[in-house]
Design a protein around this ligand. Structure first.
Ligand SMILES: NC(=O)c1ccc[n+]([C@@H]2O[C@H](COP(=O)([O-])OP(=O)(O)OC[C@H]3O[C@@H](n4cnc5c(N)ncnc54)[C@H](OP(=O)(O)O)[C@@H]3O)[C@@H](O)[C@H]2O)c1
Length: 211
């Protein structure tokens, strides 16, 4: 599969490595231009493109930039893409967003509103990058693997992202639609940045959350 990655920092670079290792074609991008990512791209076996080309390249596009920058992303190049939103809202870093503070929207709903023709799946946002780097293990049965939570409104997109999560040695755990799942996966929640296996996660979510 072709995967574009916007934001090649802690999460984006480590996800890129894992996706390449799993046999995918990966293009990474940031806001400063492809030439700034040449060394990283060579190291991990990915290519580097400008932001718009990386988005066009991907059948799946992972967005791993500080959430507060989401409106700089040009919506038209994400049309019909499966967009994986790894972002979290941290007001100290991102500034205040009244719709989130008032409980009207989750950060991923704001992303989906901005990227209006994309199919947004929230995933990879609850796992610390050092654990993303090291805790995947394809030799384990699914229920014993580290959980990566997945939320979204489009079942097919969630399935494709969940399969990708399994390929890199983790267990996808479904928390529901973008709103309810987004709330379940936010910073400060019971599942956020916790070292949970899929079976721990299922128990915590009260039996909901299919693999
Ligand atoms: N760190 C973690 O363990 C962790 C875990 C789960 C989720 N998250 C969330 O994932 C997101 C990324 O976190 P991170 O720790 O990976 O951040 P990071 O290490 O600071 O990397 C951010 C990347 O995004 C790029 N970027 C920034 N603004 C951009 C823009 N407007 N357009 C394109 N690229 C842009 C940066 O490059 P340039 O500045 O050069 O463009 C950099 O490559 C955040 O929302 C964070 O809360 C982080």
């Amino acid at each position: 599969m072709k995967i574009g990655i916007i934001g090649a920092g802690n999460i984006g670079a480590n996800a890129a490595k894992l996706f390449v290792k799993a046999g995918h074609e990966v293009a990474i991008a940031n806001s400063r231009g492809a030439e700034t990512l040449m060394d990283l791209a060579n190291e991990i076996g990915a290519q580097t493109l400008g932001l718009e080309d990386a988005a066009r390249f991907g059948e799946i596009v992972l967005i791993a930039v500080p959430f507060g920058n989401y409106k700089t992303l040009p919506a038209e190049v994400f049309q019909n893409k499966i967009v994986v939103d790894a972002g979290n809202y941290y007001p100290d870093r991102d500034g205040q967003f009244a719709d989130i503070d008032d409980g009207k929207m989750t950060s991923s709903e704001l992303m989906a509103t901005h990227l209006k023709d994309a199919r947004v799946v929230k995933a990879f946002n609850t796992i610390w990058f050092e654990h993303l780097k090291t805790k995947g293990d394809t030799s384990l049965p699914i229920e014993e693997r580290r959980a990566i939570f997945v939320a979204g409104d489009d079942a097919e997109s969630k399935k494709i992202v969940s399969d990708l999560i399994e390929e890199i040695g983790f267990a996808p755990v479904d928390t529901g639609n973008l709103r309810d799942g987004g709330l379940t996966q936010e910073p400060g929640t019971a599942v956020y940045n916790r070292e949970l296996t899929a079976s721990d996660a299922q128990a915590m979510l009260g039996g909901g959350g299919g693999y």
